[in-house]
Ligand binder design. Structure first.
Ligand SMILES: [Zn+2]
Ligand SMILES: [Zn+2]
Length: 178
């Protein structure tokens, strides 16, 4: 089931980079010894192309082949990784997960540079931001930013975790929700 050796290095690099060098299963995300799984198996006419390959750790890979992780979920996670990377740039899932971990009553202070980094997620309305004014003990005022997930952003992470393909497709599109 593991065709790793036959897969060209450049294809392998594309798929692993797309996956952030982690297992594509959201509840797993292990970084160890990733396999590349063929969504459509070679014996069924699938190819060694980035769109047909997904990074899975050996445990999740075996679970999938035993039927414990459904193909619909694999497709959804692949779609999410692909869409998010292509449309919004690398590491956006990590960014969303970081923001999700903040305590809601004590949001992280971000700099303007960080805000620019998060720009695509703001544009996609997966996160929102605002300014915080802080006065130092010496009386100097400076502005920082808070960033938080929107309802759409939280729905997206929910769809991502559950492997809900339809919701994922709807939510990764750049069109704002009504
Ligand atoms: Zn496989
Ligand atoms: Zn895994």
């Amino acid at each position: 089931m593991n065709q790793r050796k036959s897969i060209p290095v450049d294809v392998r690099t594309i798929v692993l980079t797309q996956a952030g060098f982690r297992c594509a299963v959201p509840t797993c995300r292990t970084i160890l010894a990733l396999d590349l799984h063929h969504i459509v198996e070679l014996s069924q006419g699938g190819r060694d192309s980035p769109d047909n390959l997904v990074a899975l750790c050996p445990t999740c890979h075996a679970l999938h082949h035993r039927g414990s992780i459904p193909i619909e979920s694999i497709r959804a996670w692949k779609l999410i990784l692909f869409s998010m990377n292509e449309v919004l740039g690398k590491r956006v899932i990590d960014d969303l997960l970081l923001l999700e971990l903040q305590p809601s009553d004590n949001l992280i202070d971000f700099s303007g540079d960080a805000l620019i980094h998060f720009g695509p997620l703001v544009a996609a309305r997966l996160i929102e931001y605002g300014t915080t004014r802080t006065t130092t003990s010496k009386g100097t005022e400076f502005e920082s930013y808070w960033l938080d997930l929107t309802t759409k952003g939280r729905s997206f992470l929910q769809a991502y975790r559950s492997g809900d393909l339809a919701s994922a497709q709807r939510l990764v599109s750049l069109s704002p929700l009504p």
